[in-house]
Design a protein around this ligand. Structure first.
Ligand SMILES: Cc1cc2nc3c(=O)[nH]c(=O)nc-3n(C[C@H](O)[C@H](O)[C@H](O)COP(=O)(O)OP(=O)(O)OC[C@H]3O[C@@H](n4cnc5c(N)ncnc54)[C@H](O)[C@@H]3O)c2cc1C
Length: 398
């Protein structure tokens, strides 16, 4: 006999993990406003599908902002636990480059989602798709809108796992914020995270070099630097190294500071080492590319953002190789960002993600205001939060 009635709203990784843990004991219904659950999970699987990252313990928790907020959830269900859980439902994983954990070759994102769903159905979870949550109250009553009208459902516990606001075509559009605000829950506006940046490239540079990679560069702002790869695009820069700079860039924009991104094209060489390369050689700006081993795109960027005198002097040119400063216009919009910050303010929730103002109502996953880089850390946090909230309910209800 199942004991309590639990409704979970939002069929993404956070909600599905909570459903899996709770349904062994309680009666669980999962509601989602889309035709199918897990749409963002499937999108995540289209690129590199990083289910988690091999980082664990202190290394794992160091990836999240603000620090400390997710520690208990992450430490009670870390990347090893996630790999174990997913392998038990029939999805073996492997560790790829930079510690990213992927499903074994040949396993598609839909296979992973179907396995999770099958496990939940076996455990008696009921799914209600095309049910949009539009209201809740302190008696744990939730109103949904579906094609027949409104339905009202009462539960012993409610878990909201409504996602953030990036890629709204997946269903996670953040329109729920207004409902929580109307219930006295503070929320923060959504902002893009893990996204590209807009740069107003000079026209010829844009036309001739959009799509070209900038490999092994160091990117920096005034307070953060990172090594890696970026891709030059029509509108600016994309790529993992750029995403890591986004929190710093976003803070500067939020403080109304002008933002510049600096590129060091030869991070492994000092200025002196680069100057030594020209000793005894007949140098002119025509053979910079060969002498300093630069790509055509690197050279074009340096030329576009260096004044003529500097470009023609060796000292000036080498300084530009080491640091070219490019004004950043803005971050790419939410509909392209991999994740978002904003949503439920963290001071509204207890350690187990239950709302301080509404007992037995929880908010989990990307709908809360935290941040993490790509590389499996986003999904890991969502699964860990689902697990932790479920554990708290199970402990409470013994
Ligand atoms: C392009 C892309 C690539 C990504 N790649 C990775 C990756 O490789 N690794 C990684 O770790 N992370 C990745 N992510 C991020 C990851 O997918 C998300 O962090 C994660 O899906 C968030 O999980 P969630 O359960 O909090 O919410 P979501 O997965 O967003 O699910 C929320 C659910 O709530 C439903 N919902 C919303 N509002 C309502 C409402 N009013 N009523 C009913 N239902 C509602 C939505 O339909 C949705 O199904 C990627 C994201 C994108 C966009």
């Amino acid at each position: 006999m199942k004991r309590k009635k639990i409704i979970i709203i939002g069929g993404g990784p956070a909600g599905l993990m909570a459903a899996e843990k709770l349904s062994s004991v309680h009666s669980v219904c999962v509601f989602d406003k889309e035709k199918n659950i897990g749409q963002k999970f499937l999108i995540a699987g289209k690129g590199g599908f990083n289910l988690t990252n091999k980082a664990h313990g202190l290394e794992l928790i160091s990836k999240y902002t603000p620090s400390g907020f997710l520690n208990n959830a992450l430490l009670s269900f870390d990347s090893t636990d996630l790999r174990q859980w997913i392998s038990e439902i029939g999805i073996p994983t492997f560790v790829g480059s930079s510690g990213r954990v992927f499903p074994e070759k040949g396993i598609k994102p839909i296979d992973v989602l179907n396995r999770i769903k099958e496990k939940l159905i076996q455990q008696g979870v009921q799914f209600f798709n095309e049910h949009e949550f539009i209201r809740f109250d302190s008696n744990k009553t939730v109103t949904f809108k579906n094609h027949e009208g409104n339905i009202v459902i009462e539960a012993d516990y409610i878990l909201f796992a409504l996602g953030g606001a990036s890629w709204p075509v997946t269903g996670s559009n953040g329109t729920w914020r207004i409902i929580f605000e109307s219930m006295g829950i503070n929320t923060k506006p959504f902002q893009s995270s893990n996204c590209g940046i807009n740069i107003c490239w000079p026209e010829t540079l844009r036309i001739n070099h959009a799509g070209k990679p900038l490999k092994n560069v160091r990117l920096s702002t005034s307070n953060f630097k990172v090594m890696g790869e970026a891709i030059m695009t029509d509108y600016g820069l994309e790529g993992n190294a750029v995403y890591k700079l986004v929190p710093s860039i976003r803070d500067m924009f939020n403080n109304n500071e002008p933002v510049k991104i600096n590129i060091d094209f030869k991070p492994l060489n000092t200025k002196e080492q680069l100057i030594n390369k020209v000793k005894g050689k007949d140098v002119s700006s025509k053979n910079y590319k060969e002498i300093f081993n630069l790509t055509t795109t690197q050279l074009a960027i340096i030329k576009a953002f260096t004044n003529k005198n500097s470009f023609q002097s060796i000292e000036g040119f080498v300084s530009s190789i080491k640091k070219i400063s490019i004004p950043v216009d803005s971050l790419r919009p939410l509909n392209e960002a991999i994740s978002s910050i904003g949503g439920i303010s963290l001071d509204e929730v207890n350690d187990d993600f239950s709302l301080k103002k509404y007992p037995k109502i929880y908010t989990i996953g990307e709908m809360l205001d935290w941040d993490a880089p790509t590389g499996g850390f986003l999904l890991q946090a969502c699964f860990s939060m689902g697990n932790y909230a479920a554990k708290s309910i199970l402990n409470e209800d013994i």
